[in-house]
Design a protein around this ligand. Structure first.
Ligand code: C2E
Ligand code: MG
Ligand code: MG
Ligand code: MG
Length: 288
């Protein structure tokens, strides 16, 4: 008799599935203590100008340094943290840490004007307290608001009430930048998008993946390239910047530049790495 199978129904026992559930609940149970023990770390990935090759921003990507399992990626615990509500506390830690690191970079390399981009989970963005949390993170770290960007997915932008979050206007009023993450994978209401205080769109990886390493499109008709072309035009018509995610090769970077995409992010420009790697890059004055 398996719990959760619905009243009056028998569930087939699936040993693989229950092993997965046990692993999952072990991770969930460990999350709060991991936060208290300081087991989470931020890696940063460069966001680079396609025109000049300069690093304009870095995205903060959280990882869990698990004492037994090693480095665990966010895809394995962010969803769980959202379900349990821990995302609010974890997200606040991410925000403060990212603002702190960005302020260090600003002090050491003021001319770089490096922006730090932080992901906001839907549940965080939907909480009106987010505005105070962001204001406080900026205030306590000293980071100027215009050096912080917040990334929200299309569904997070629309919030649980089905209309754009009021907090977006209040966040924009603080002077932070707002970006729509994984653009093209969710549902966007263009009527709203055109009047929301958003600064940039991040084109989801799959469109970029469709531009093959050798420059030809996976579907020989260049469909993904035409979609990228259309999305870049749409973004520019809305006076937004466009970042291409998951850029893996020089050929892709070149195509994206030709399509007038503004910035790129992906292994080609640098994989996510600890803060020291960004510091080294700023110190080296490496162009890209
Ligand atoms: P995202 O915000 O879309 O982040 C981009 C993802 O693309 C990252 O995955 C990054 O490591 C990966 N990536 C980097 N270069 C390449 C590439 O060349 N090709 C491909 N295919 N992918 C590349 P990661 O680090 O595993 O993060 C996954 C997702 O977890 C993020 O997607 C974001 O939605 C979420 N996430 C990460 N950190 C946080 C956080 O602090 N808070 C919240 N709420 N979500 C986070
Ligand atoms: Mg993101
Ligand atoms: Mg993304
Ligand atoms: Mg994502």
């Amino acid at each position: 008799w398996a719990k959760g199978a619905g009243r009056g129904r028998w569930a087939v026992y699936d040993p693989e599935r229950s092993a997965r559930d046990i692993a999952r609940s072990a991770l969930v149970a460990g999350l709060p203590a991991a936060l208290d023990r300081g087991e989470f770390v931020l890696h940063y990935q460069p966001i680079v100008s396609l025109l000049e090759g300069r690093m304009l921003a870095v995205e903060a990507l959280v990882r869990w340094e698990h004492p037994e399992l090693g480095l665990i990626g966010p895809d394995r615990f962010i969803g769980l943290a959202e379900e349990t509500g821990l995302i609010v506390r974890l997200g606040e830690w991410v925000l403060r840490r990212a603002c702190h690191d960005a302020e260090q970079w600003r002090r050491e390399f003021p001319d770089a004007r490096l922006v730090v981009s932080v992901n906001l989970a839907a549940r965080q963005a939907d909480d009106p307290a987010i505005v105070d949390t962001v204001a406080d993170a900026l205030h306590t770290t000293g980071l100027p608001a215009d050096l912080l960007q917040l990334e929200l997915t299309e569904s997070a932008v629309m919030g649980s009430a089905g209309e754009p979050l009021r907090s977006l206007y209040r966040l924009a009023a603080l002077g932070v930048r707002l970006a729509v993450d994984d653009f093209g994978t969710g549902y966007s209401n263009l009527a709203y998008l055109r009047r929301l205080p958003i600064h940039s769109l991040k084109l989801a990886g799959p469109f970029v993946e469709g531009i093959r390493a050798d420059g030809t499109d996976v579907a020989a008709d260049h469909r993904d390239e035409r979609i990228v072309d259309a999305l870049v035009r749409l973004a520019h018509a809305l006076e937004l910047w466009v970042t291409a995610e998951a850029v893996e090769t020089g050929v892709q970077a070149e195509r994206l530049r030709a399509l007038r995409c503004d910035t790129g992010q992906g292994r080609y420009f640098g994989a996510p790495a600890p803060a020291e790697a960004i510091t080294a890059r700023l110190r080296g004055g490496v162009a890209a």
